[in-house]
Write a protein that binds this ligand. Structure first.
Ligand SMILES: O=P(O)(O)OC[C@@]1(O)O[C@H](CO)[C@@H](O)[C@@H]1O
Ligand SMILES: [Mn+2]
Length: 461
């Protein structure tokens, strides 16, 4: 698997584990250099080790739910389970032995888009070359895996609608419950005194909860290969110590764009990432946006299908609100009531679109999903949560660290936007000269550990 090519032609050829970068650096007067790099990329480890681990957990889960499928569907449920297991075992072998990427055949609304994209990938290769798991762009093959997992369930009725990641997502929430209690308590107690809080106090409260939403992004089951990655302690107590780990902090720009027209109608969109604790942090952020009159409506964008293990679907939103309402903790249930009402009254609006579970970089949204692009153009600020969204915002290219964020976005400027992301893959832009290199000296894994984060804003539209 390789990174997508940069606007300057950059191709990586996989020779065992050595990668040759052929960089044609147009900006340096057409000189080009061949950089010989012994390069065991994070992408390589993901496809070689982590994705098979995730797929093995899917197989285990389907196996363990056999009795449930029997209970719910009788013998047909067992037939479906057997079909799914056979499909996933074949899929794992394809991935681990670098087989060619094959067309999707489940005849869903996005099937043709995926197969057109496969043709596009083929067009980028030489004659006779086939897109394959280890030789195609990492972003593509990783998204393709999750779409194949969905195909495997779709082709295994009657268990097709079962979310193979549901158990892991639910467990992730349940194991974060103490942190959820602390956060809901903090929010509701702040709101009881909001009338007596100064502008500076409101700004501080907003900034804190934006940071909470940032660090909530650490709780991601894809990076952990499906292992427990829940939030065990109150994140509020760690904000001060985590502050220096925010490599780009454009909170001030976000505050300015939201507070300059206070009390007028203002729409904020949140492109969600992970269910569980991170979803709670995003709901808390959305709540404070309304409570501080920084927004009059918040629009959430979730995934249509189970995605990257812990990404949020409508089922996850409904389940999470139900969990809050059924708890005996007063502030959690208070949050559940308020958030359920926000959704009912249209102060919070739920969206889903096929585009979010396609392999496309966001710079192609205007062409591939013009309806979604014009929907985002209605927003005053679009917050993109998480690492995968950052990879798609920047085309998952190996940009130089100092390239301006607005440049890496290329043609994607639907509205003022902000990436709120912990670093879990090796792409990053908008850093000061030397900052990336300096981190790499002391922490070789600084781009993939999730320890560092960004609140990176772009106003250009
Ligand atoms: O988007 P998220 O949930 O913040 O992170 C998704 C992720 O865990 O999956 C990929 C690696 O498998 C990377 O993009 C990132 O590490
Ligand atoms: Mn995710």
């Amino acid at each position: 698997m390789i990174r997508s090519t940069v606007p300057k032609i950059r191709k990586k050829f996989k020779i065992t584990e050595l990668y040759f970068y052929l960089c044609i650096n147009l900006s340096s007067a057409h000189s080009y250099c061949l950089i010989f790099v012994l390069y065991r990329s994070f992408a390589y480890f993901t496809v070689k080790d982590r994705l098979p681990q995730i797929l093995t957990k899917v197989i285990d889960t389907v196996h363990r739910y056999k009795h449930k499928f029997l209970e719910e569907y009788g013998e047909e449920g067992i037939d479906g389970e057997k079909r799914a297991l056979a499909y996933f075992s074949k899929l794992r072998n394809e991935m681990q032995t670098d087989k060619p990427i094959i067309p999707i055949i489940d005849d869903l609304p996005d099937t043709h888009i995926w197969n057109e994209y496969l043709q596009y990938q083929k067009s980028l290769l030489g004659d006779g070359e086939q897109p394959s798991w280890f030789r195609s762009p990492w972003l593509y093959v990783e998204c393709y895996l999750y779409r194949r997992i969905h195909e495997g369930m779709t082709l295994s009725p009657p268990i097709s609608t079962y979310d193979v990641f549901m158990e892991a997502k639910n467990d992730g929430y349940l194991q974060s419950e103490n942190a959820v209690i602390a956060l809901c308590t903090h929010l509701q107690e702040f709101k009881t005194n909001i009338a007596d809080t100064s502008e500076a106090g409101c700004k501080e409260a907003f900034s804190k909860l934006l940071q909470v939403s940032l660090w909530g992004n650490k709780c991601d089951l894809s990076i952990s290969g499906g292992q427990d990655n829940s939030q065990k302690f109150s994140i509020l107590n760690s904000l001060e110590s985590f502050k220096s780990n925010i490599l780009v902090d454009n909170t001030e720009s976000v505050w300015q764009i939201l507070s300059q027209k206070k009390n007028s109608s203002r729409r904020v969109d949140i492109v969600l990432d992970n269910a569980g604790f991170e979803l709670i942090t995003d709901f808390v952020l959305a709540d404070i946006l309304l409570s501080l009159k920084l927004a009059t409506e918040v629009h959430f964008h979730a995934k249509c299908i189970p995605w990257y293990v812990s990404d949020t679907t409508k089922r996850d939103i409904d389940w999470t609100i139900k969990q809050l309402l059924s708890t005996n903790n007063r502030w959690m249930s208070k949050c559940g009531e308020i958030w359920k009402e926000n959704l009912k009254k249209g102060r919070w609006v739920y969206h889903e679109h096929l585009f979010w579970t396609l392999p496309h970089e966001f710079c192609s949204m205007a062409q591939t999903a013009p309806d979604l692009y014009s929907e985002l153009q209605k927003s005053d600020l679009v917050l993109f949560k998480g690492d995968l969204n950052y990879r798609k915002l920047t085309g998952d290219r190996k940009w130089d660290f100092t390239v301006p964020f607005t440049q890496a976005l290329t043609t994607f400027h639907p509205a003022p936007l902000c990436s709120v992301r912990t670093l879990k893959s090796d792409v990053q832009v908008g850093l000061k000269p030397g900052a990336g290199e300096q981190l790499a000296v002391s922490e070789t894994d600084w781009m993939i550990s999730g320890k560092y984060g960004i609140i990176q804003f772009d106003a250009s539209v």
